[in-house]
Write a protein that binds this ligand. Structure first.
Ligand SMILES: [Zn+2]
Length: 433
């Protein structure tokens, strides 16, 4: 089902006319109101009146996570602060999170886009939406929540955790739609097996899974174990949150980008030149409808390609292929973005260890586990075990506080972590997705 027939099936020409109009308006607005954007545009020698066609987008400077960090927390907001009705945040690359804001109209736009997403999987009025995305600063919970309400469905705002209780509630409330990370969907399936709850005894029909990369194999497993259609959804807080792109039930192949609100580009990550549909590169977004926190050419670091082929569902929006990696070293652990630089930041603040470390990630059953191996310094190495234990517990606590993800810390002898000649290999990811 198509939620917003008018926009989601626009002929290309009409869509591009809307995009250009919105882009011009955006550029004028940020140039006039957001000093860091104006400064970057001045440095690049481009002014709002230079944007005459959609291809002029390529003249504008990129925005990166560093820009968000440099202007922490509210420096890139494009409306007076009293118009901001909500903020969300995600992991930054170091100590401070990345903060984004929404006006009342942004929240409405977001709800509409999530309603489109859920509609694309056949959800609607009468459905019971079991929303296991985390509520809080993370955009997942409230993003899906508002979309489901907009749809007229019944929302169960259960958030994550306490999986046995989740299964019980799904049974008792007759949940028909599951919103969760793909790994949590598998976790639920596993707990159902333990509880001897057969998928047929639930009314679940479709799942919307995002916030972490997953594969076709994982889709098969989720679909088989839960007896549902499992769809991939995409979003990131810097661009809006969930609801930037979604698969449709008809094709289950590639995610339609809501191009009336976001202009996607694929760039060559080395030359930064835009690439045509079909070619693989880094995904870049310009938000053309957001008021409080628009971004111009935001580099997501996600690698994919654009699919311009028509889709059997009738939507005319281009699709992005399922993500196939990143251009940076960001890890996604249980749906949370983790940068090795954040771990390093914590370790640098601990006297007893050296900044030689490695992060080992694995998947035990359906859960991601992270171990941080770090060298202790010579001075402490000879100390008693008790003291070492205290140090590792301290680091575990600090990392949990900073990243919002628990890990185990393993202290290793001085000079045992392999030294590299070039870029240090900080991450060993043993997860097989
Ligand atoms: Zn489609």
């Amino acid at each position: 089902m198509i939620w917003n027939e008018e926009f989601e099936t626009l002929p290309r020409e009409a869509l591009e006319a809307i995009q250009l109009k919105r882009l011009k308006h955006l550029v004028e607005r940020v140039y006039g109101f957001v000093q860091p954007y104006r400064q970057k545009m001045d440095e690049a020698g481009v002014r709002p009146e230079d944007i005459k066609t959609l291809s002029d987008l390529a003249k504008l400077p990129f925005t990166t996570k560093d820009d968000l960090r440099d202007n922490y927390p509210f420096g890139l907001f494009a409306v007076p602060f009293e118009q901001v009705v909500r903020v969300h945040a995600s992991s930054g690359t170091t100590g401070k999170p990345t903060v984004v804001g929404y006006t009342r109209r942004d929240i409405e736009t977001w709800a509409d886009l999530m309603a489109r997403t859920l509609s694309a999987g056949g959800a609607g009025r009468g459905d019971v939406v079991h929303n296991a995305y985390g509520y809080g600063l993370f955009t997942g919970g409230l993003g899906a929540h508002y979309g489901a309400e907009r749809l007229g469905a019944t929302v169960v705002p259960i958030s994550g955790g306490n999986t046995k209780r989740q299964v019980m509630i799904m049974q008792d409330f007759g949940s028909t739609v599951l919103c969760s990370t793909p790994s949590y969907a598998l976790n639920i399936a596993e707990v159902m097996e333990e509880m001897k709850v057969a998928p047929e005894s639930l009314k679940l029909r479709v799942g919307f899974h995002g916030a972490e990369p997953w594969s076709e194999n994982m889709r098969d497993e989720i679909e088989k174990k839960l007896g549902i259609d499992a769809l991939d959804i995409y979003g990131l807080s810097e661009v809006m949150g969930p609801g930037v792109a979604c698969e449709c039930l008809e094709a289950k192949k590639g995610l339609h980008v809501f191009e009336d609100c976001f202009i996607p580009e694929i760039i060559d990550p080395d030359t930064f030149q835009p690439l045509p549909p079909g070619q693989k590169g880094e995904l870049v977004f310009t938000t053309i409808k957001k008021e409080a926190f628009p971004v111009i050419r935001y580099r997501t670091k996600d690698i994919t390609r654009l699919i311009a082929d028509p889709c059997p569902c009738g939507r005319t929006f281009y699709r992005i292929e399922r993500l196939s990696g990143r251009t940076d070293d960001m890890l996604i652990i249980r749906g949370v973005n983790v940068f090795p630089s954040q771990v390093e930041h914590v370790l640098m603040g601990v006297d007893e260890v050296e900044p030689h470390y490695q992060i080992v990630v694995d998947r035990k059953g359906t859960l991601d586990v992270m171990e941080v191996q770090v060298e202790v310094n010579e001075r402490i190495f000879s100390d008693e075990v008790k003291k070492l234990e205290k140090v590792s517990k301290h680091i575990e606590k600090e990392i949990k506080e900073m990243l919002g993800v628990s890990c185990t810390v393993k202290l290793v002898e001085p000079k045992t972590i392999q030294r590299s000649e070039g870029k240090a290999k900080r991450v060993i990811d043993n997860r097989k997705l």
